[in-house]
Design a protein around this ligand. Structure first.
Ligand code: HEC
Ligand code: HEC
Length: 364
């Protein structure tokens, strides 16, 4: 995995990031970061056509779980099936809602029995381009990630993965689907996770106004959005972390979100809990900004209600705390520049593939 293309690319970009945000001369041509032609990802015998602007060589599909039409179809059923939760009330789609940018409009999500979790549901969009998952990166791939929510007491709350397998096994109509996807109709937890991960990898967003602009259609962005893009790359410093076509360095940074100024402590240690490295206290994964206007509220704790609030947070240099990223600093944006930056973020909303819920679930 360390040699997965996305990681190599991110490391490279991170190494050059300080150069990227050195103020460029006013007339410099905006950098081309998204491919100008549609690309395809080939995995197993499967060909996944990416919308414009997404980069095929950054896709991460583990060799042990190549894509297939049958696995994707099965995974989609499982993703939308509330039978996988303790009381049949919640599916993955309950907190990663297709029509809400595959995220949750609540600051933190409610699981079975209305139990409240501690973090905001991140989008499932463009997970194809990351190996590590969760705000703190504790799952090494989507397959490992899918195990978590099923038995998390504040999410789907099943007693064990064996119980999940037993529930799915009760629904006869799943057997032929497992047979078609895996060659045998035995239902196991690794197969459930592999199928869900395969479906998630097809949920990609591209062909946004930004991508069409990058591909040469210069009329598609407003003058304000074009100014916003220049700010994003230079004065506003966003591209230090939100780099490349998916707008993330796949890295972890402390912006001071969740800093309790009164108690003088972080409410969530984030990446530190995974690495035990003191420098990672309060650091969280840089999220993609694609379709970001759809995924409010924002940040790992859902504490910023709107994109305007997010821009204000960056303008003041984040929230001061002992572990604040050295990359954060006050921006001194004018009101007009804040408007332009916001307008630019709206240009990142693209078409999302494979978004329609299944018309009917197996056996129902
Ligand atoms: C009760 C709400 C809830 C349910 C149900 C739920 N999730 Fe999540 N999901 C979350 C929250 C909250 C997080 C962030 C947790 C963290 O980072 O510690 C998350 C994180 C994720 C991530 C990581 C995304 C990223 O950018 O790192 C993926 C992928 C994901 N969930 C997929 C799923 C799948 C698949 C299912 C069903 C098996 C599911 N979720 C069920 C709330 C939910
Ligand atoms: C030092 C790295 C860094 C810089 C610079 C940076 N970001 Fe972020 N961004 C992050 C991280 C990390 C998070 C998640 C932080 C958290 O939840 O604690 C984030 C979260 C966000 C979110 C919320 C997304 C969501 O799904 O919740 C938006 C919007 C955003 N950034 C936009 C911007 C803009 C606009 C700029 C420039 C003004 C910018 N960022 C500069 C690293 C950075």
């Amino acid at each position: 995995m360390p040699d997965a293309p996305i990681l190599r690319r991110a490391a490279l970009v991170a190494a050059f990031a300080p150069l990227l945000w050195t103020p460029a001369p006013a007339a410099a041509a905006p950098a081309q970061i998204a491919p100008a032609k549609r690309e395809v990802v080939k995995s197993g015998g499967y060909v996944l056509e990416l919308p414009l602007g997404l980069q095929a060589d950054a896709a991460y599909v583990p060799e042990s779980n190549p894509l297939s039409t049958e696995k994707i179809e099965l995974g989609k059923f499982l993703y939308f099936d509330p039978q996988l939760s303790k009381d049949g009330s919640l599916s993955c789609a309950s907190c990663h809602i297709p029509y809400h940018g595959f995220a949750d409009p609540a600051p933190t999500s409610q699981g079975v029995g209305f139990k409240l979790g501690g973090r905001n549901s991140p989008t499932v969009i463009n997970r194809l381009f990351s190996s590590d998952q969760f705000w703190d990166g504790r799952a090494k791939d989507l397959e490992e990630q899918a195990h978590g929510p099923l038995i998390n007491p504040v999410e789907m709350a099943m007693k064990s993965h064996d119980d999940v397998v037993a529930e799915v096994t009760k629904i006869d109509a799943y057997r032929p689907l497992f047979k078609a996807a895996f060659g045998s109709d035995e239902i196991t937890m690794p197969k459930i996770a592999q199928a869900i991960a395969s479906y998630e990898r097809t949920v990609v967003s591209g062909n946004s106004p930004f991508d069409r602009y990058q591909a040469g259609d210069k009329d598609v962005l407003s003058a304000s959005q074009v100014r916003g893009w220049a700010l994003f790359q230079n004065k506003a410093n966003c591209q230090t972390c939100h780099v490349s076509f998916n707008f993330t360095d796949e890295g972890y940074h402390n912006l001071g979100v969740g800093w309790d100024a009164q108690k003088k402590e972080l409410t969530d240690l984030g990446r530190f809990d995974v690495t035990k490295n003191p420098a990672d206290k309060g650091a969280f994964k840089t999220p993609t900004l694609r379709n970001v206007v759809e995924t409010a509220p924002y940040m790992h704790d859902g504490s910023e209600a709107t994109l305007r609030e997010v821009i204000e947070l960056y303008d003041r240099g984040g929230n001061a705390n002992p572990n604040l990223s050295p990359k954060m600093k006050p921006l001194n944006l004018t009101p007009a520049e804040k408007d332009d930056l916001l307008a630019f973020l709206l240009a990142l909303t693209g078409e999302v593939n494979n978004l329609e819920p299944p018309a009917k679930l197996p056996g129902r």
